[in-house]
Design a binder for this molecule. Structure first.
Ligand code: SAM
Length: 212
């Protein structure tokens, strides 16, 4: 079950408005949202450093929520670029469409990424930025989404995703890292980002395996 968020149609989008919207959905759907607060600007910077600042790239975000990462992606893109965001929760989708009209919001499951992008006329993606709650997904779901990301990415493209520091020692986090390494030729980690609740870091993945 999900709800449509009520944002006053004429109200200018604010960070406080995004916080309220996030809290409203997270309170009801923690099993889908998987975080207690929107990502911080510091984490957003770490995740979006792979987004090209020149040319006209196509950038796809998975799990935009209320859009803090979307804002960071947008700040890097030159005119002529495309910025899409795939979000499963209808409440978040409604909020994003009102508060961030410049974003191409796609309502759907990241596990269907290829067909969702095809429906938008996208056949080449230069960067995929994810804040999906991987720990809430089964190994099969994780594998399916990573497969869709690999197939969607240009061979020279990059994929980034977040992990939280407190989860790093857990067996399922290690299993996810193995899955990433099986999917990408290069998997690097950023420095920890302490200024986020909770602190996290980004995996930066390049050269999707078995491309084409
Ligand atoms: C941890 S929140 C991150 C929100 C926001 N990007 C941020 O950094 O604050 C995860 C987001 O992923 C969305 N999500 C969860 N499963 C998804 C799926 N299978 N496909 C697309 N979005 C999904 C949730 O609804 C939620 O908005």
């Amino acid at each position: 079950m999900s709800e449509t968020l009520q944002t006053h149609p004429g109200r200018k989008a604010t960070r406080a408005g995004d916080m309220r919207a996030f809290a409203a959905v997270a309170a009801r759907r923690m099993g889908v949202v998987g975080a207690v607060a929107p990502s911080s600007p510091a984490l957003a910077r770490a995740l979006t450093a792979v987004v090209p600042t020149t040319g006209a790239p196509v950038v796809v975000e998975l799990g935009p929520g209320t859009g803090p990462i979307s804002e960071a992606i947008r700040s890097r893109l030159a005119p002529g670029s495309r910025q899409l965001a795939v979000e499963i929760d209808p409440g978040m989708v409604a909020h994003l469409r009102r508060a961030k009209p410049w974003l191409e919001v796609v309502h759907g499951d990241a596990a269907d990424l290829g067909s969702l992008l095809a429906a938008q006329g996208v056949d080449r993606v230069d960067a995929v930025v994810s804040t999906l709650p991987w720990s809430l997904f089964s190994p099969e779901q994780q594998g399916r989404i990573l497969g869709e990301v690999r197939r969607a990415l240009h061979p020279a493209g990059a994929f980034t995703t977040v992990t939280y520091l407190h989860a790093l020692p857990l067996a399922r986090a290690a299993a996810f890292r193995r899955r990433l390494r099986a999917s990408f030729d290069e998997v690097m980690t950023t420095w920890p980002v302490w200024r986020n609740v909770p602190p996290g870091l980004a995996y930066v993945c390049r050269r999707p395996v078995g491309h084409g």
